[in-house]
Design a protein. Structure first.
Length: 486
C-alpha cells in the first residue's frame, strides 16, 4: 500500500500504542508530483489528531479503530485511482527515439499542433519541450517552426536528462512516442518525482502504450480539457547497492553505500560470465528467507510481470496490486517456484563471502554492476510511483490480450443449436435425423455411438443397461453404459 498511497508515506505507519503524533504535517507532504494534486483529498493532520484523541481516551488504539483506519487508507487509494485530474497543462514534454526518422517527423507534427492550438483563453498553445538532440535536426526543422510566430521562440524548448533530474516540476504532462522501451527510458530519466505519462503506441509490443497516435488530437483535447485524466500509479522499486568496505582498518561488516536506482520493471541478479551457479542470500526485514542457488533471480514489479519475469515462468500481476514478484532463473531445485511477496518487505540480496564467484545485477536492463563477495543490494517499494494516464478501467487486460493473445482461441466451440439471430443468412440448420430419445425405440441417452453390438446386445431401460436376446445382461456392457450415462 505504501507504493500506491504516497499521500500517506512511511512516517504515518500505524503502530499502536506508541504512535508519534507530534510529526509536523509539512513533513508528511507527498514527494510524488501527482499526489500533490490531491492534498485536499485527505487531511493528514486531522487523522493524526483523531488517533491521538483515541489514544488519550482509551489508552490504546483499539483494534476496531485500527481496522477503520486501514479501510480508510484503502478507500483513499481507490479514490486516487478513480478521481480524474483536471488541471491546466501549461508545459508538455515529448520523449521519442531521436534516431528513428519516422518518429522525428511525428514529433514535429505533434509539437506544431501543441504550439498552434489555442488553450486556456490564449491565442497560442502550450510550451513544448523536445529532446535536445533535435535542436539541429533537419527533419525536425526547429527554425521554420519558430519562424511561424515570434512567440514560439520562447515556447519551443529542449529537455536534457539533467533538467529532468533537477526540475521535474517544469513538466505538467509527458508524451512518449515509441514502445515500452521508450516508457522505461522515461522512468530512467525521472529517478525521483515523475509527471503524468501518456504513451502513444508506436512500437512493437505495447503493454504500456495504450493510446493510438492517429487519434492524438481527440485524446489530448479531452485530457487538457474538461474531462481530465485518470492515472494509474504504477509501483516502482528503490534499489540501493552496498559494497563491502575493503580498506585495511575497516570493520568486518562495514559497508559503503553505492549507486541507487528507481526501477519500473525489474531488478535482475544473475551469475554473469561465471560457469558456477549463483549463490545468493535473500533476507526480508533482516530475516533470512532462503538461499538462492540458480542462474539468477528476478525481482519484478507488477508492471514488469509481463516482461523478463513472464519468460522465466512468473505470474501475471495487475499493476494496481502492490507486490514484489520473486522469480528464479533456472533454479537448482525444482521446488523453488515463483512467489509473490508483500510490498511492505524490505529485501536484501547478498553475495556471501563463501560464494565461488561474484554476481551481476541490472536495473530495468541498464546499469549492469558487479557484486563481489560481501556486497549486497537492498530493494523496497519506492515513494515515487510512476503515474501513467489510463484509457479505461480495463486497459491492462486488453493489453495482455492484444500483446500475448491471452486466452485467445483459434475457433470457438460450437453449440448444439444456434441462438436466434445467429443464422448466416443461407440455409437454416436442418433438424437432426438420428434416433435419440424415442420412447419406443432402441436406445436413448448420450450421443456416444452406442447401438446394437455385433453380438446382438441391445441397450434398454433408457440406456441404463443392456440385455441380450435371451434376456440376460452382459456385466461388462452394463458397466460401460453406466459410466457413459454418468
Amino acid at each position: 500500500m505504501a507504493a500506491q498511497i504516497a499521500s500517506l508515506p512511511r512516517p504515518l505507519s500505524i503502530t499502536p500504542p506508541s504512535l508519534d503524533t507530534s510529526i509536523p504535517a509539512a513533513l508528511l507532504r507527498s514527494p510524488c508530483f501527482f499526489h500533490q494534486r490531491f492534498e485536499g483529498l485527505v487531511d493528514i493532520q486531522k487523522v493524526l489528531e483523531e488517533i491521538k484523541d483515541a489514544q488519550e481516551a482509551d489508552e490504546e488504539y483499539s483494534h476496531s479503530r485500527l481496522m477503520q483506519t486501514a479501510t480508510g487508507v484503502r478507500e483513499v487509494s481507490k479514490q486516487l485511482q478513480r478521481k480524474p485530474l483536471k488541471r491546466a497543462v501549461r508545459s508538455v514534454m515529448i520523449v521519442t527515439r531521436a534516431r528513428d526518422n519516422s518518429l522525428v517527423h511525428l514529433t514535429r507534427e505533434l509539437a506544431e499542433w501543441l504550439l498552434t492550438t489555442p488553450r486556456y483563453g490564449q491565442e497560442v498553445g502550450v510550451n513544448v519541450y523536445v529532446d535536445a538532440k533535435l535542436k539541429h535536426s533537419k527533419r525536425f526543422d526547429a527554425p521554420s517552426l519558430r519562424a511561424r510566430d515570434t512567440r514560439f521562440k520562447s515556447m519551443l524548448r529542449y529537455w536534457t536528462p539533467d533538467l529532468c533530474w533537477s526540475n521535474p516540476e517544469k513538466f505538467d504532462l509527458v508524451l512518449t512516442l515509441g514502445g515500452d522501451g521508450t516508457v522505461l527510458f522515461t522512468s530512467w530519466l525521472f529517478q525521483r518525482v515523475v509527471p503524468p505519462i501518456l504513451s502513444f503506441a508506436l512500437g512493437s509490443l505495447g503493454f504500456l502504450t495504450n493510446f493510438e497516435f492517429d487519434k492524438y488530437k481527440s485524446h489530448l483535447n479531452s485530457i487538457m480539457g474538461d474531462i481530465g485524466m485518470r492515472v494509474n500509479l504504477r509501483m516502482r522499486f528503490t534499489c540501493t547497492v552496498w559494497r563491502k568496505d575493503r580498506s585495511a582498518n575497516a570493520d568486518k561488516d562495514a559497508v559503503e553505500e553505492g549507486e541507487q536506482f528507481e526501477v519500473l520493471n525489474e531488478l535482475v541478479i544473475d551469475r554473469g560470465p561465471s560457469a558456477y551457479v549463483s549463490n545468493l542470500e535473500l533476507y526480508g526485514d533482516d530475516e533470512l528467507l532462503t538461499v538462492v542457488q540458480a542462474d539468477g533471480c528476478i525481482f519484478s514489479t507488477p508492471t514488469g510481470s509481463t516482461a523478463y519475469s513472464l519468460s522465466a515462468g512468473g505470474s501475471l500481476i495487475h499493476p494496481s496490486i502492490p507486490a514484489i514478484l520473486l522469480t528464479p532463473i533456472c533454479p537448482h531445485t525444482l521446488s523453488f517456484r515463483p512467489m509473490v511477496l508483500s510490498d511492505t518487505l524490505s529485501l536484501r540480496i547478498a553475495v556471501p563471502g563463501r560464494s565461488r564467484s561474484s554476481a551481476y545485477c541490472s536495473f530495468d536492463g541498464k546499469g549492469r554492476i558487479e557484486l563481489k563477495q560481501g556486497d549486497y543490494v537492498t530493494l523496497e517499494a519506492s515513494q515515487y510511483p510512476f503515474p501513467t494516464v489510463m484509457t479505461g478501467t480495463n486497459e491492462w487486460v486488453e493489453s495482455v490480450q492484444r500483446a500475448l493473445r491471452w486466452n485467445v482461441r483459434g475457433a470457438e466451440q460450437k453449440g448444439w443449436s444456434q441462438a436466434d439471430g445467429e443464422m448466416d443468412g443461407e440455409a437454416e440448420q436442418e433438424e437432426w435425423d438420428i434416433d435419440i430419445g424415442d420412447s419406443g425405440g432402441v436406445y436413448s441417452g448420450t450421443d456416444s455411438g452406442i447401438d446394437v453390438s455385433e453380438a446382438g446386445d441391445v441397450e434398454g431401460n433408457g440406456g441404463l443397461g443392456s440385455a441380450s436376446k435371451n434376456g440376460t445382461q452382459s456385466p461388462s456392457r452394463k458397466g460401460t453404459l453406466s459410466l457413459l450415462n454418468m
